[in-house]
Ligand binder design. Structure first.
Ligand code: RM4
Ligand code: NI
Length: 268
């Protein structure tokens, strides 16, 4: 594992915020940083492994990384994201702002934001990217103001089960739901009903957001969790197959190979 240090990225030793746009973000090995990082995914797919915990990336995914964390990107497909790097100790950082970012041990470090929020966030990111590269005092102040505004938007725009009814938001909720319930039997029809969508709309949007069909998306999520278990546990391949939602370990191995080009035991 390697360590990224502020000097490589920030404009000067007293710069507080900077952005790194990755269009696209390639696979990137495990690393940590001496700065804090906010990741904002605008499109594509892939795995994000944070402290050995795998999540699936999709549009509108937000993640907070602290200097204590390590993370990596793998299996990326056309992944576009912006990293917001910041030095918390140098920021004129309001204690209130801190409450808007994950801060307790039980806070999830990642979440999804609504499509309306993403629409408001994009121009902020552009402006931030521009201001943070200028060495003047006014640009420095503007950078911090934009950063604060961004944090507020990301917190307010957080998707919850009770978010409004726009189809796009429902799809993100479905994605979130699949990521937490991948081990269950599931069909497009049932999930569509549960989220008050038609099967056709659900399938079409899942494809749009993840680049995968509904079924392949579910397989992808299961295989990602299986990869995690193969790497970090000593459970048998058969147990892992069951644990991630397959009733038949041969079928699991076939799917695993299709997505990773390796058998589960080779991978391990
Ligand atoms: C990398 C990757 C890392 C980030 C650095 C700045 O491409 O996105 O997560 O820490 O850039
Ligand atoms: Ni990073």
């Amino acid at each position: 594992m390697f360590h990224l240090s502020s000097e490589e990225f920030f404009l000067s030793s007293d710069a507080t915020v900077c952005t790194e746009v990755r269009s696209p973000q390639p696979n990137y090995p495990e690393h940590s940083h001496d700065f804090h990082e906010l990741i904002i995914v605008s499109k594509g797919a892939g795995q994000h492994v944070l402290n050995d915990h795998v999540t699936n990336l999709a549009q509108n995914y937000i993640c907070y990384i602290s200097p204590k964390d390590r993370h990596l990107f793998d299996q990326v497909e056309d992944l576009y994201l912006t990293n917001i790097l910041y030095r918390k100790n140098l920021l004129s950082y309001s204690p209130l702002l801190k409450q808007l970012l994950p801060h307790g041990p039980n806070d999830s470090p990642s979440w999804y934001i609504s499509t309306e929020t993403m629409r408001r966030v994009q121009p902020l990111l552009k402006q931030l990217d521009n201001e943070c590269r200028r060495p003047t005092i006014d640009a420095k102040v503007m950078t911090e103001v934009l950063f604060q505004q961004l944090v507020v938007e990301l917190a307010r725009g957080r998707l919850t089960a009770r978010s409004n009814n726009e189809t796009d938001n429902k799809i993100l909720n479905v994605i979130d739901w699949i990521q937490n319930n991948y081990a269950q039997d599931m069909s497009v029809g049932e999930i569509a009903e549960q989220f008050h969508l038609s099967s056709r709309t659900l399938s079409r949007h899942i494809k749009q957001v993840t680049n995968l069909s509904f079924n392949n998306y579910v397989h992808r999520v299961r295989i990602n969790h299986a990869m995690n278990l193969l790497s970090y546990s000593d459970k048998s391949v058969t147990d892992i197959a069951f644990e991630v939602g397959y009733k038949d370990s041969n079928y699991f191995s076939t799917k695993f190979k299709r997505f990773t080009k390796q058998t589960p035991s080779d991978f391990r």
